[in-house]
Structures are given as structure tokens and as C-alpha cells.
Design a protein around this ligand. Structure first.
Ligand code: FES
Ligand code: FES
Length: 159
């Protein structure tokens, strides 16, 4: 066990844990952030996705030591009920979920791609989701509608 300093959702946090502990466990169990979800635990489903220094990573297969000196963002850090991130708002507006288990991770991956400079286009987003995320409910068409809405709502987007 060691004290590990993290920056999560803009706040400095210190946790007592083994440096090899998956970041997902620290976020959920030590910090009480339940946006990242445990799905497969094997880096295959994407439910545990968080953004680290601007890039989406799977927190179930990322050791906590990898988050040292990096800025990590979970779903809670994107927005909240009163002030949702535009992507969260688009998912709500399109009711883009069935059970919703996969959605948190998908939002984090898409947020990372849209916040990039220049932002990723629809094709890259769809290919990335296809490769990195599973939705067992088959809510894909609703998810894509929400993403299209978020892309259209971006400043500077063309109709
Ligand atoms: S729980 Fe991390 S990829 Fe499935
Ligand atoms: S909405 Fe249920 S797994 Fe995607």
C-alpha cells in the first residue's frame, strides 16, 4: 500500500492503495465515483471508460499508477443534472439508452473525441465505438442519433 496522489475531475485526491490496483476500483471504491462501471473487467466492453489527459482509457485495465501526474475525468466531471455536458444533454434529449449500462463509457469516449482539436468526425466516432464499446441492448440507433445531435450542436458545425 502507498499513498498515491491523483487529479480527478479537477480535484487533487490522495488514495491509499497498491499502485497496481485498477484505476476503476480506486475511482469507485475509494473516491465514490460510480460513473465508470465494471462490465467485463478485461478491457473489452468499454463500460469503465474515463478520460485521462484528453484521451479515453479503460480504467479496469489501467493501473492507478498510470494516473499519476495526469488529469483524469469521469462522467461526474463532464457535467451534472443542473449543468449537463452537451453530449449528456443530447443523450437525454434522444433518450439514447435501454438499460443504460454501456452509456457512461460511450459518452466518455465520444466526449474525448469531440473535445479533441480538431474534433473527430462522425465516421471516426462510429468506427471507434464499433471497435471499443459493447451495447448488449442494441440501442445503437438511439446512441447514434444522440451523437449526431451533439455534433450538430457543436459551435461551428455545418448543417
Ligand atoms: S469493464 Fe473495462 S472494458 Fe469492460
Ligand atoms: S443500453 Fe443496455 S448495454 Fe447499452
Amino acid at each position: 500500500m502507498a499513498q498515491i496522489s491523483l487529479n480527478v475531475n479537477g480535484k487533487a485526491r490522495v488514495v491509499d492503495t497498491d499502485s497496481s490496483t485498477p484505476l476503476l476500483y480506486v475511482l469507485r471504491d475509494n473516491l465514490g465515483l460510480h460513473g465508470p462501471r465494471f462490465g467485463c473487467g478485461l478491457g473489452q466492453c468499454g463500460a469503465c471508460t474515463v478520460i485521462m489527459d484528453g484521451k479515453s482509457v479503460r480504467s479496469c485495465t489501467t493501473p492507478t499508477s498510470a494516473a499519476l501526474n495526469k488529469r483524469s475525468i469521469t462522467l461526474e466531471g463532464l457535467g451534472n443534472v443542473a449543468r449537463p455536458h452537451p453530449l449528456q444533454k443530447a443523450f437525454i434529449d434522444e433518450q439514447a439508452a435501454q438499460c443504460g449500462y454501456c452509456i457512461n463509457g460511450i459518452i466518455m469516449t465520444v466526449a474525448g473525441l469531440l473535445n479533441r482539436s480538431p474534433p473527430a468526425g462522425r465516421r471516426e466516432i462510429v468506427e471507434t465505438l464499433d471497435e471499443r464499446h459493447l451495447c448488449r441492448c442494441g440501442a445503437h440507433s438511439r446512441i447514434l442519433r444522440a451523437i449526431d445531435r451533439a455534433i450538430a450542436d457543436q459551435p461551428g458545425s455545418q448543417p
